[in-house]
Design a protein around this ligand. Structure first.
Ligand code: GTP
Ligand code: MG
Length: 200
């Protein structure tokens, strides 16, 4: 099935679980720390310059953003974690909403894939590892997108490929895709993974 990428829109920026959309179409969720490149990845995948807001001020918007793709798929941008300057209240809102995505989402059975973003230069943070282990424990299909790989030179790239593949939390994923929103490297591979997991 072909997806018409000219037919995409931000369906809702949900600040509350009860705002999650009711449509029975597959969902692909994007998870990662604040500033890792989630919004840029959405724009790159959808071939849009600024459908998803690329943040000047990281971690400030705590919402779950549902992008509807050709009425056949939701790309779901989960709120970024690990933002140090968050207040306790903001942190609580983050936890409620992110937990809510998994526990209060009426269509969680349609979650086909989680794309866990990990900064290719930094490697997995403690929070990334927690998320990866959560996904493995609950047998939620997931892959790793190693972001901002345009910033690595050839030696750094080889090293990152080796250490990511050997990492116990990342080797459990269905794959690791080195990705750059700047050069579009990994875009086709990521679409292939999405299409096959969602059986589109
Ligand atoms: P939050 O919404 O705050 O959670 O951040 P985010 O994960 O959505 O990150 P966002 O896409 O807003 O990108 C954060 C910064 O990284 C921006 O300055 C982007 O321009 C930059 N960036 C994102 N992807 C890439 C990439 O592939 N290569 C390079 N060089 N920079 C990138
Ligand atoms: Mg963002």
């Amino acid at each position: 099935m072909k997806l018409n990428l000219n037919n995409t829109s931000l369906r809702i920026s949900a600040g509350l679980a009860k705002q999650f959309p009711a449509e029975r179409i597959p969902q692909v969720a994007l998870s990662g720390r604040s500033n890792v490149g989630k919004s840029s990845l959405v724009n790159c995948l959808l071939g849009r310059k600024s459908l998803a807001r690329v943040s000047g001020e990281p971690g400030k918007t705590i919402t779950v953003n549902f992008y509807e793709v050709d009425r056949k798929l939701f790309l779901v941008d989960l709120p970024g974690y690990g933002f140090a300057k968050r207040t306790k209240t903001e942190q609580q809102k983050w936890s409620n909403l992110t937990d809510g995505y998994f526990t209060k989402n009426p269509n969680i059975d349609l979650l086909c894939l989680v794309v866990q973003l990990v900064d290719s230069r930094i490697g997995p943070t403690k929070d990334d590892i927690m998320m990866l282990d959560f996904l493995s424990e609950y047998e939620i299909p997931h892959i790793v997108a190693a972001t901002k790989c345009d910033k690595l030179n050839a030696t750094e790239r080889r090293l990152a490929e080796e250490t990511f593949a050997a990492h116990p939390s990342m080797s459990a994923a269905d794959g690791i895709i080195f990705f750059s929103s700047k050069t579009k490297e990994g875009r086709d591979a990521l679409w292939d993974a999405i299409v096959s997991h969602c059986k589109l």
